[in-house]
Ligand binder design. Structure first.
Ligand SMILES: NC(=O)c1ccc[n+]([C@@H]2O[C@H](COP(=O)([O-])OP(=O)(O)OC[C@H]3O[C@@H](n4cnc5c(N)ncnc54)[C@H](O)[C@@H]3O)[C@@H](O)[C@H]2O)c1
Length: 274
């Protein structure tokens, strides 16, 4: 049974990258989609391209770090389509940099968008979704960085993504009795504009940080369309976690997870094979 056909998805961060690919993939499964982003022009452009292919879509501006803006998005989505069966909390921003050299504004920006933004969306949509019947699902975008930061100074970003995995697995347990599924998506390197996240950083979060790896498209990466296909396949089988990463990144990621496991075993006094 296709749970998606004829139903509605709201996708945040959908003007670009993984979110735009998710919107296209979900629309191709017969969903009506709300393409939501702080970049209003980009959101309307993505939605317009889908409509030009005969697929039902609207663009909407939202700043996920602003609870009022997210409430507006929820009202608009329900007014337009009557119900929301799939909420994709995907908007996110990245910053590289050592903790000791970062500003509090850097942390507030990362955490306001990546973590509070997700909570704002859950608060705005969950009450309404819980009042509906039938198939419903929440998908939250974390990252492979949710398991251990890499050595290129990703601890702040990584901390926000740890939080998303924790929130998502907790939410999954909470909502299971109501028949609402929760999946956490953990992509690896994906060819998007995430290195240029500060293009949408509000002045309220202070000065822009330096960008030691430039602002180009992520190199040595998989295409966003592949991530979207993996994500939708995971949502349809109600997977708790979906990984989507390039072949060359698998060994590095496995080593990170094994390191976490080794640290845990050592701390517990277990003997863990090196
Ligand atoms: N690209 C990667 O390698 C990668 C890897 C792992 C996880 N991710 C995660 O995937 C998600 C999507 O990122 P992407 O790679 O497609 O990057 P992207 O920069 O192409 O897209 C992110 C989108 O989020 C939007 N956004 C930023 N702040 C917002 C706000 N306050 N409110 C609403 N929208 C906002 C941006 O305008 C942009 O359209 C993020 O959560 C990111 O952390 C990306």
């Amino acid at each position: 049974m296709d749970h998606l056909n004829g139903r509605t998805a709201v996708i945040t961060g959908a003007a670009s990258g993984i979110g735009a690919a998710l919107a296209a993939e979900l629309a191709s499964h017969g969903m009506s989609v709300v393409v939501a982003d702080i970049d209003a022009d980009g959101a309307h452009h993505v939605a317009g391209e889908l409509r030009a292919r005969g697929l039902p879509a609207i663009g909407a501006r939202v700043d996920v770090s602003d609870p009022e803006s997210v409430q507006d998005l929820a009202r608009r989505s329900y007014d337009e389509f009557g119900s929301v069966e799939l909420l994709c909390n995907n908007a996110g921003v990245l910053l590289f940099g050592a903790i000791a050299e970062s500003s509090l504004g850097d942390w507030r920006w990362l955490s306001s968008v990546n973590v509070e933004g997700m909570l704002n969306c859950l608060h705005a949509f969950l009450q309404r979704m819980r009042a509906q019947q039938g198939w419903r699902h929440v998908m939250n975008t974390a990252s492979t960085h949710a398991f251990l930061p890499d050595p290129r100074h990703t601890a702040l970003y990584s901390a926000t993504k740890h939080a998303i995995v924790g929130l998502s697995l907790g939410l999954r347990a909470e909502l299971a009795p109501e028949g609402i599924g929760v999946t956490v998506l953990c992509p690896g390197q994906v060819a998007t504009r995430i290195l240029d996240s500060q293009r949408n950083r509000s002045e309220a979060f202070g000065e822009r940080a330096s960008e030691p790896f430039g602002t180009g498209v992520v190199p040595m990466a998989i295409e966003p369309g592949q991530v979207a296909r993996d994500a939708v396949e995971g949502v349809l089988r109600d997977a708790p976690i979906v990984f989507s990463l390039p072949e060359h990144g698998r060994e590095e990621f496995r080593a990170q997870v094994e390191e976490l496991w080794r640290l845990t075993g050592t701390a517990l006094g277990d003997h863990v094979e090196a």
